[in-house]
Design a protein. Structure first.
Length: 217
Protein backbone atom coordinates (compact mmCIF):
# COMPACT_ATOMS: atom_id res chain seq x y z
CA UNK A 1 0.00 0.00 0.00
CA UNK A 2 2.87 2.37 0.85
CA UNK A 3 4.53 1.75 -2.52
CA UNK A 4 1.29 2.48 -4.38
CA UNK A 5 0.92 5.69 -2.39
CA UNK A 6 4.38 6.81 -3.50
CA UNK A 7 3.66 6.01 -7.13
CA UNK A 8 0.57 8.18 -7.29
CA UNK A 9 2.07 10.93 -5.15
CA UNK A 10 4.46 11.73 -7.99
CA UNK A 11 1.51 12.68 -10.20
CA UNK A 12 -0.33 14.96 -7.79
CA UNK A 13 1.47 18.00 -9.16
CA UNK A 14 0.13 17.11 -12.61
CA UNK A 15 -3.47 16.98 -11.45
CA UNK A 16 -3.19 20.41 -9.85
CA UNK A 17 -2.37 21.96 -13.24
CA UNK A 18 -5.44 20.53 -15.00
CA UNK A 19 -8.67 22.47 -15.25
CA UNK A 20 -10.49 19.78 -17.24
CA UNK A 21 -10.73 16.06 -16.51
CA UNK A 22 -10.01 13.19 -18.88
CA UNK A 23 -12.04 10.12 -17.93
CA UNK A 24 -11.21 6.61 -19.10
CA UNK A 25 -14.01 5.14 -21.21
CA UNK A 26 -12.21 1.94 -22.28
CA UNK A 27 -8.91 0.23 -21.59
CA UNK A 28 -7.08 -2.98 -22.42
CA UNK A 29 -3.78 -4.52 -21.41
CA UNK A 30 -1.89 -7.68 -22.21
CA UNK A 31 -2.47 -9.88 -19.18
CA UNK A 32 0.61 -11.95 -19.99
CA UNK A 33 2.91 -8.94 -19.85
CA UNK A 34 5.31 -8.83 -16.89
CA UNK A 35 6.14 -5.33 -15.72
CA UNK A 36 7.04 -2.73 -14.87
CA UNK A 37 10.22 -2.83 -16.92
CA UNK A 38 13.15 -0.47 -16.59
CA UNK A 39 12.59 1.36 -19.88
CA UNK A 40 15.55 3.57 -20.77
CA UNK A 41 13.90 5.80 -23.34
CA UNK A 42 10.27 6.14 -24.42
CA UNK A 43 9.42 7.68 -27.78
CA UNK A 44 6.25 9.79 -27.56
CA UNK A 45 4.25 10.17 -30.78
CA UNK A 46 1.18 12.38 -31.18
CA UNK A 47 -0.65 11.85 -34.46
CA UNK A 48 -1.88 15.24 -35.65
CA UNK A 49 -1.75 17.31 -38.81
CA UNK A 50 -1.40 20.38 -36.61
CA UNK A 51 2.31 20.66 -35.86
CA UNK A 52 1.79 22.93 -32.84
CA UNK A 53 -0.74 20.58 -31.22
CA UNK A 54 1.50 17.60 -31.93
CA UNK A 55 4.52 19.16 -30.25
CA UNK A 56 2.43 20.36 -27.29
CA UNK A 57 1.19 16.83 -26.54
CA UNK A 58 4.61 15.26 -26.98
CA UNK A 59 6.28 17.92 -24.83
CA UNK A 60 3.82 17.46 -21.95
CA UNK A 61 4.22 13.67 -21.95
CA UNK A 62 8.00 13.90 -22.21
CA UNK A 63 8.16 16.25 -19.23
CA UNK A 64 5.88 13.97 -17.16
CA UNK A 65 7.91 10.88 -18.03
CA UNK A 66 11.17 12.62 -17.18
CA UNK A 67 9.64 13.70 -13.88
CA UNK A 68 8.99 10.00 -13.19
CA UNK A 69 12.60 9.13 -14.00
CA UNK A 70 12.31 7.93 -17.61
CA UNK A 71 14.25 9.03 -20.63
CA UNK A 72 11.87 10.28 -23.33
CA UNK A 73 12.03 11.85 -26.77
CA UNK A 74 9.89 13.41 -29.49
CA UNK A 75 8.86 10.30 -31.40
CA UNK A 76 7.34 12.19 -34.31
CA UNK A 77 10.85 13.28 -35.31
CA UNK A 78 11.71 9.73 -36.35
CA UNK A 79 8.38 7.88 -36.62
CA UNK A 80 6.86 9.79 -39.53
CA UNK A 81 3.75 8.33 -41.26
CA UNK A 82 5.58 7.72 -44.55
CA UNK A 83 8.05 5.44 -42.77
CA UNK A 84 5.85 3.59 -40.25
CA UNK A 85 4.80 0.67 -42.43
CA UNK A 86 5.01 -3.10 -42.00
CA UNK A 87 7.39 -3.43 -44.92
CA UNK A 88 9.82 -1.09 -43.12
CA UNK A 89 9.92 -3.21 -39.96
CA UNK A 90 13.68 -3.87 -40.08
CA UNK A 91 14.48 -0.22 -40.75
CA UNK A 92 12.21 0.92 -37.92
CA UNK A 93 13.82 -1.50 -35.48
CA UNK A 94 17.23 -0.15 -36.43
CA UNK A 95 16.02 3.42 -35.93
CA UNK A 96 14.73 2.54 -32.47
CA UNK A 97 18.01 0.85 -31.57
CA UNK A 98 20.12 3.74 -32.89
CA UNK A 99 18.11 6.17 -30.75
CA UNK A 100 18.13 3.95 -27.67
CA UNK A 101 14.33 3.64 -27.70
CA UNK A 102 12.81 0.61 -25.98
CA UNK A 103 9.16 1.71 -25.71
CA UNK A 104 6.76 3.78 -27.81
CA UNK A 105 3.61 5.72 -26.88
CA UNK A 106 1.30 6.68 -29.75
CA UNK A 107 -1.60 9.09 -29.15
CA UNK A 108 -4.42 9.96 -31.51
CA UNK A 109 -7.74 11.79 -31.61
CA UNK A 110 -10.56 9.32 -32.22
CA UNK A 111 -13.64 11.52 -32.29
CA UNK A 112 -15.06 14.95 -31.49
CA UNK A 113 -18.69 14.91 -30.37
CA UNK A 114 -20.99 17.84 -29.67
CA UNK A 115 -23.69 17.48 -27.05
CA UNK A 116 -25.62 19.18 -24.27
CA UNK A 117 -25.70 18.87 -20.53
CA UNK A 118 -28.15 20.06 -17.91
CA UNK A 119 -26.90 22.50 -15.31
CA UNK A 120 -29.11 22.28 -12.20
CA UNK A 121 -30.55 25.46 -10.76
CA UNK A 122 -29.19 26.86 -7.53
CA UNK A 123 -31.19 27.20 -4.37
CA UNK A 124 -30.74 28.79 -0.97
CA UNK A 125 -32.46 28.40 2.36
CA UNK A 126 -33.13 31.38 4.58
CA UNK A 127 -34.24 30.46 8.11
CA UNK A 128 -36.87 32.74 9.61
CA UNK A 129 -38.09 33.46 13.09
CA UNK A 130 -40.59 30.61 13.39
CA UNK A 131 -40.52 29.12 16.85
CA UNK A 132 -43.78 27.16 16.84
CA UNK A 133 -44.23 23.39 16.86
CA UNK A 134 -44.35 21.09 13.84
CA UNK A 135 -48.05 21.93 13.29
CA UNK A 136 -47.37 25.01 11.19
CA UNK A 137 -43.96 23.97 9.81
CA UNK A 138 -45.02 22.95 6.26
CA UNK A 139 -46.63 26.23 5.32
CA UNK A 140 -43.72 28.08 6.87
CA UNK A 141 -40.82 26.17 5.31
CA UNK A 142 -41.99 26.46 1.68
CA UNK A 143 -41.82 30.23 1.95
CA UNK A 144 -38.14 30.24 2.94
CA UNK A 145 -36.53 28.39 0.00
CA UNK A 146 -35.46 30.39 -3.05
CA UNK A 147 -34.19 28.87 -6.30
CA UNK A 148 -33.08 29.80 -9.81
CA UNK A 149 -34.05 27.55 -12.75
CA UNK A 150 -31.65 25.07 -14.34
CA UNK A 151 -30.58 25.29 -17.96
CA UNK A 152 -28.92 23.39 -20.79
CA UNK A 153 -25.53 24.27 -22.29
CA UNK A 154 -23.59 23.01 -25.30
CA UNK A 155 -20.58 20.77 -24.75
CA UNK A 156 -17.77 19.34 -26.84
CA UNK A 157 -16.31 15.95 -25.95
CA UNK A 158 -12.94 14.86 -27.29
CA UNK A 159 -12.14 11.15 -27.39
CA UNK A 160 -8.45 10.28 -27.45
CA UNK A 161 -6.49 7.05 -27.43
CA UNK A 162 -3.02 6.13 -26.23
CA UNK A 163 -1.28 2.88 -27.19
CA UNK A 164 1.88 1.69 -25.42
CA UNK A 165 4.31 -0.63 -27.21
CA UNK A 166 7.31 -2.57 -25.93
CA UNK A 167 10.03 -2.34 -28.59
CA UNK A 168 12.02 -5.07 -26.85
CA UNK A 169 9.18 -7.52 -27.51
CA UNK A 170 9.01 -6.92 -31.26
CA UNK A 171 6.94 -3.77 -30.87
CA UNK A 172 4.17 -5.61 -29.06
CA UNK A 173 1.09 -3.65 -27.96
CA UNK A 174 0.80 -4.01 -24.18
CA UNK A 175 -1.75 -1.34 -23.30
CA UNK A 176 -4.49 0.66 -25.03
CA UNK A 177 -6.45 3.39 -23.23
CA UNK A 178 -9.30 5.58 -24.50
CA UNK A 179 -10.46 8.72 -22.73
CA UNK A 180 -13.16 11.38 -22.93
CA UNK A 181 -12.47 15.03 -22.09
CA UNK A 182 -15.34 17.52 -22.00
CA UNK A 183 -14.75 21.17 -22.90
CA UNK A 184 -10.99 21.54 -22.35
CA UNK A 185 -10.01 25.22 -22.24
CA UNK A 186 -7.19 24.81 -24.78
CA UNK A 187 -4.74 22.26 -26.16
CA UNK A 188 -2.39 22.66 -23.19
CA UNK A 189 -5.23 21.94 -20.77
CA UNK A 190 -6.22 18.88 -22.79
CA UNK A 191 -2.63 17.62 -22.90
CA UNK A 192 -2.20 18.09 -19.14
CA UNK A 193 -5.43 16.30 -18.31
CA UNK A 194 -4.88 13.49 -20.82
CA UNK A 195 -1.28 12.87 -19.73
CA UNK A 196 -2.26 12.70 -16.06
CA UNK A 197 -5.00 10.14 -16.73
CA UNK A 198 -2.87 8.02 -19.06
CA UNK A 199 0.24 7.90 -16.88
CA UNK A 200 -1.81 7.19 -13.76
CA UNK A 201 -3.48 4.27 -15.55
CA UNK A 202 -0.17 2.90 -16.87
CA UNK A 203 1.16 2.92 -13.30
CA UNK A 204 -1.93 1.11 -12.00
CA UNK A 205 -1.53 -1.45 -14.82
CA UNK A 206 2.02 -2.16 -13.64
CA UNK A 207 3.58 -0.99 -16.91
CA UNK A 208 5.26 2.18 -15.63
CA UNK A 209 6.54 3.16 -12.21
CA UNK A 210 7.91 6.19 -10.39
CA UNK A 211 11.60 5.47 -10.91
CA UNK A 212 12.70 8.82 -9.48
CA UNK A 213 11.11 7.91 -6.14
CA UNK A 214 12.78 4.51 -6.12
CA UNK A 215 16.21 6.15 -6.54
CA UNK A 216 15.69 8.27 -3.42
CA UNK A 217 15.10 5.30 -1.13
Amino acid sequence: MKKTHYLFLALIIIAAACTSTSNIVASWQDDTYKGPKDFKKIAVVALSYNESNKLTFEKVFIERLQFMGYGAMYGSKILVPSVVKKENKDMLEKMMKDNGVDAVMIMSLLQVKDGTRYVPGSGSYTPGSYYGGYHGYYSYSYNNYYSSPGYYESTTSLYLECNFYDVGENGKLISSIQTETVDPSDVEDLADSFSYTILTKLISQGILQNKSKEKKK
